[in-house]
Design a binder for this molecule. Structure first.
Ligand code: GAL
Length: 828
């Protein structure tokens, strides 16, 4: 009886799967789902860069923003930090992430890699992998290929087991193997070529039932679709003519390094690149990133990638709408999707007008759709199209879904700008949200107290002859590694009695040096050269001298050919130089190694018994290096995102209730070179339109709401390495305080406040030809006098309101200009 019941269940299950399964194929035009060509508009959201609690709302906003797919990489070193010790918990729950994408009715694109680049620590590779015998990454190397196979198969099996590929009823319509290997393949010679062929064969053998892609791989084997990454991909064509034109990374902004400025890619330019891609036959594009998020813990790569991975993406680091980028693209997506059939099936006629001006007509079943593209970065151009004149602004694309009426132009932004402010939380209680009460204790700096050859017996200390790469020693379980040695100098030693120089040749990010228990100096990289020489003088004593070098990493290299071989730490030589030009080379001495800090465990909770015994002091000191700070704060009311304002601090790590918020470094100021204006016209590069010069590279650090206690206080712990001043630290919320917009006559303007806020006041509104910019707007002679009252009536007290921008709504302006627009400023 039981047996037949089980059989029935099985049959039902098989039937259920069969009916939900979708077939994903492709031809030279598009990806096809169940035989139908699809237009795909996708966005990258990396699961570990947000929290499980944030995922549903991110996907909902993505869908409302007009996306139909979400793309993610898979992060090997997050899942297998130590050899064969896997974790898929919390925000590493990949299955839950993909299911949440499906629940929102979106497709998923799974870029397994497992090399991912992604500004992620070590490009996603676990450091233990580098520490295996005879291994070289990303080439024809048995040890590497074997491990890549084991991990990739594990992920694929996990997806299959949960029926997550479209072929089994799941949302995953495509998967990627490797990542931009074509950019570095040349450095690997023939071995590189055979490796990429192996990748293709291996991927195929996994039989996932959906297409595989390879990005930036011009010679991808035929079973793989090769795709484009970059700021513009309209001129790309896949090398196999039977593949569609796909764009896996349209960089919506850029990432930030410590010392770097805030990148900004304008909505006009981003929309232009998308418009052109679909004009020229593209049928799938993905924003890299749609939501960048946060590099929590130690996941930032680099070296020197910041904790924020905001990326100037359409959804900001906290998941708020980055307006007007989000809305301007949303509008574009709506129009593109309305043309799906014709763009994926229509006959195409391109016309070149010269001067970088072109038109494309798609015709299908008696209907037509048109794009007018002006890639001239200086001139607006007017064309005569079938007897009618159309002016296309410089560096823009116009869309005419019926080839008669222009419904969208990439350079005309009709979406509001949301002003996001970091504020003291509502109802902040003095003493809990600012003027925090701090307790402190010092980090015990590790020093040898006996000759180095005996140090191997000390707790947690490893003894070795010579200098060893930091990755090998730490297995990347910490940023911190002590290198310690001892030198005996007798009274007759020629080096003794005078000031000597300690010289350290270092592949370090940060180095702190101590002699006989006292710090003699520190050095860190300010502008990109991670190989430096540290030199400081000291007077040695007669007898045993103890040298302690603390080397600190700030994210491991994630890009480039053979990047895994980039040396880290102190590889020498390490020398004592006497003025008499005598030198002692200590490089081949015995060295004692200790990994990590003494004061805290991984979760910043200090649960190590040795740690919890030590006392905290209340009268905290200022500007003291290697200090632990602890305080408590109340959870801000409401649902605005919460950030730590770490202004005044040096460098270190922050934990809230045991959650590692990431590395902080507000004392590292951004360089100069910001320009006061930002012209969206002309090719974009990451250094165009930067802001935040001369200010802390990153001042605010995201604390997701799910890290906070609802009803009791939260514990904030800081490890301060450089000696900042915590008295300026505060808890803030990210609040949408204002919105302002410019919308042209004929458009419809949507105004709204984010979160639970409503429009509390309309500060300014003028339809006509208003003068000035945000916060200094003025009416001119051309102004409809009813504008303000109409807006107040429609919007005050509302979460959002929608206004038709026309004389019908506001009355006559009395000037009849073709450039009439509505300028408005509201408070939230
Ligand atoms: C690409 C790479 C991505 C990311 C991006 C820059 O080359 O494929 O993973 O690193 O650059 O954000």
């Amino acid at each position: 009886m039981m047996g037949s019941f089980r059989l029935l269940l099985l049959i039902f299950f098989a039937f259920y799967l069969a009916t939900n399964a979708t077939k994903v194929t492709y031809d030279n035009r598009a990806i096809q789902i169940d035989g139908e060509r699809k237009l795909i508009i996708s966005g990258s959201i990396h699961y570990p860069r947000s929290t499980t609690e944030m995922w549903p709302s991110l996907f909902k906003k993505a869908k409302e923003g007009g996306l139909n797919a979400i793309e993610t990489y898979v992060f090997w070193n997050a899942h297998e930090p130590l050899y064969r010790q896997y974790t898929f918990e919390g925000n590493l729950d990949l299955v839950k992430f993909i299911k949440a994408i499906q629940a929102e009715g979106l497709y998923a694109i799974l870029r397994i890699g497992p090399y991912v680049c992604a500004e992620w620590n070590y490009g996603g590779f676990p450091v233990w992998l580098n520490n295996m015998q005879n291994i070289t990454f990303r080439t024809q190397n048995d040890a590497f290929m074997n491990e890549m196979k084991i991990f990739t198969t594990k992920i694929v099996d996990m997806m299959k087991k949960n029926n997550l590929f479209a072929s089994e009823g799941g949302p995953i319509i495509m998967a990627q193997i490797e990542n931009e290997y074509g950019n570095v393949m040349g450095s690997y010679g023939d071995q590189g070529k055979s490796y990429i062929n192996w990748c293709a064969n291996f991927a195929e053998s996994l039989d996932i039932g959906v297409p595989w892609i390879m990005c930036q791989q011009d010679d991808a084997p035929k079973s793989m679709i090769n795709t484009c990454n970059g700021y513009y991909c309209d001129q790309f064509s896949p090398h196999d003519k039977s593949s569609p034109k796909l764009w896996t990374e349209n960089w919506s902004g850029w990432y930030k390094d410590w010392g770097g400025k805030d990148p900004h890619r304008t909505p006009e330019d981003l929309a232009f690149s998308v418009g052109r891609f679909y004009q020229y036959g593209g049928t799938l594009q993905n924003y890299y990133m749609y939501h960048g998020g946060t590099n929590f813990g130690r996941v930032a790569g680099g070296p020197y990638i910041t904790t924020s991975y905001d990326y100037d993406a359409p959804l900001d680091e906290y998941g708020n709408l980055n307006q007007p980028k989000y809305g301007h693209l949303k509008e574009l997506h709506t129009h593109l999707m309305s043309m799906e059939k014709i763009l994926t099936h229509g006959d195409v006629t391109n016309k070149d007008y010269g001067n970088w001006m072109s038109s494309t007509i798609y015709s299908y079943n008696g209907s037509r759709a048109c794009f007018f593209g002006n890639a001239n970065d200086k001139q607006d151009i007017t064309i005569d199209f079938e007897g009618k004149k159309f002016t296309v602004p410089s560096w823009s694309v116009s869309i005419l879904p019926d080839c008669v009426t222009e419904v969208y132009n990439t350079a005309r932004v009709n979406t509001q700008t949301s002003v996001m402010e970091k504020r003291m939380p509502e109802g902040a209680v003095r003493g809990l949200h600012y003027n925090l009460n701090w307790a402190w204790r010092t980090e015990r700096i590790e020093h040898l107290r006996c000759p180095v050859q005996y140090s191997g017996n000390l707790k947690g200390v490893t003894y070795a002859k010579g200098l060893i790469d930091q990755k090998v020693m730490t297995n990347d379980t910490s940023d911190y590694l002590y290198y310690m040695t001892s030198v005996y100098l007798n009274g007759n030693d020629p080096v003794w009695g005078e000031e000597v120089t300690l010289q350290v040749n270092c592949h370090c990010h940060v180095l702190h040096a101590f002699v006989n228990g006292r710090r003699i100096g520190s050095k860190w990289v300010k502008n990109g050269d991670f190989k430096f020489v540290f030199e400081r003088n000291f007077v040695p004593r007669v007898g045993m001298n103890y040298i302690t070098l603390l080397s600190v990493t700030v994210g491991l290299q994630n890009y480039g050919a053979n990047f895994e071989k980039t040396p880290n730490g102190i590889l020498g030589p390490v020398k004592l130089l006497a003025p008499s030009s005598i030198e002692k080379d200590l490089s081949n001495n015995g060295w004692a190694y200790k990994v990590g800090l003494n004061g805290m465990d991984e979760r910043g909770l200090g649960s190590d018994p040795e740690f919890s015994r030590r006392r905290w002091y209340m009268n905290w000191p200022k500007n003291r290096i290697f200090t632990w700070y602890k305080t408590e704060f109340a959870t801000p009311k409401g649902d605005d995102a919460v950030v730590l304002d770490l202004w005044g601090l040096g460098k270190g790590t922050a934990w809230v209730n045991g959650n590692n918020i990431g590395r902080y470094w507000p004392s590292f100021l951004s360089g100069d070179g910001c320009s006061s204006s930002c012209n969206y016209r002309g090719g974009y590069g990451a250094s165009k339109c930067e802001s935040n010069c001369g200010k802390p590279t990153q001042r605010w650090y995201h604390v997701p709401r799910s890290f906070l206690n609802k009803d009791c206080l939260n514990t904030l712990v800081l490890f301060e390495e450089f000696g900042g001043n915590p008295c300026l630290v505060s808890i803030k919320t990210v609040t949408n305080s204002k919105a302002h917009a410019n919308a042209y006559e004929g458009s419809s303007l949507e105004l709204s406040c984010q979160g639970k806020r409503v429009i509390s006041n309309v500060n300014f509104a003028s339809f006509g030809l208003p003068n000035g910019t945000f916060e200094s707007l003025e009416t001119s002679h051309c102004h409809a006098s009813n504008t303000l009252s109409v807006l107040k009536e429609a919007c005050t007290g509302q979460k959002s309101c929608s206004i038709d921008v026309s004389e019908k709504t506001f009355g006559s302006t009395g000037c009849k200009s073709s450039m009439q627009r509505l300028a408005v400023e509201v408070e939230c």
